[in-house]
Design a protein. Structure first.
Length: 211
């Protein structure tokens, strides 16, 4: 409390100057630690961490705190980085949650509901019920090809399936056609003909978050 009272006494005579100084500190903090395309929630939270950093720097400048210059912004930056890690990145929460949902679906149903259509007959002995798509063995594991119905009705249930496909394509988590507006690829599947399928590479399941 004594430090707080001393700080208020020091800044009370120059409120406008303190406001301008705090604004400058906040702008520098946000510019240094927040990507320009970060989600709005991230930017708003960064402003709060930046305000704490600004308060610390002003208190140091006023002689109220015995810290070296830069200590408060460094501490705030570490806390902000920890918050970002816990949140899962700088992207929109709905995209992060949607990606996690897609990954969870494949982990839960990848072997049971995706037919290994490109493998030999011995690999297709187990019947697939409620087909959600197909899988193809690659060096890194299995690539998954999700049917359009399963993508909209199950894999992305509760999410905007088109927006999620776009966001995943931008992150290279969903492989899309070289040209055209479609996110699903036209794939010829042995025994099933040509189908529109959402192509998820094997590396998608190896990733832990919203890159």
């Amino acid at each position: 409390m004594a430090a707080a009272r001393a700080f208020l006494d020091r800044i009370a005579d120059d409120v406008d100057g303190v406001r301008d100084a705090a604004s400058g500190h906040i702008k520098c903090f946000v510019a240094a630690h927040v990507p320009t395309d970060a989600d709005g929630q991230v930017q708003r939270s960064a402003q709060r961490f930046a305000l704490l950093a600004a308060g610390g720097e002003l208190a140091v400048a006023a002689g109220v705190l015995p810290w070296p210059e830069g200590e408060a912004p460094d501490a705030a930056a570490r806390c902000f980085a920890d918050w970002l890690t816990a949140r899962g990145g700088v992207g929109p929460a709905e995209v992060r949650d949607g990606i996690a949902q897609v990954r969870a679906f494949l982990l839960a149903h990848g072997m049971a509901r995706f037919l290994p259509a490109w493998e030999d007959q011995a690999d297709q002995r187990i019947p697939v019920r409620d087909l959600a798509g197909f899988r193809k063995r690659e060096d890194a594991g299995w690539d998954y090809y999700v049917t359009a119905d399963a993508w909209r009705g199950e894999v992305c249930t509760g999410s905007d399936s088109k927006a999620l496909a776009k966001a995943m394509a931008e992150r290279n988590m969903l492989l899309v056609p070289d040209a055209g507006p479609h996110r699903a690829k036209s794939i010829t599947v042995p025994g099933h003909g040509k189908l529109r399928l959402y192509h998820l590479p094997a590396r998608f399941l190896e990733s832990d978050g919203d890159e």
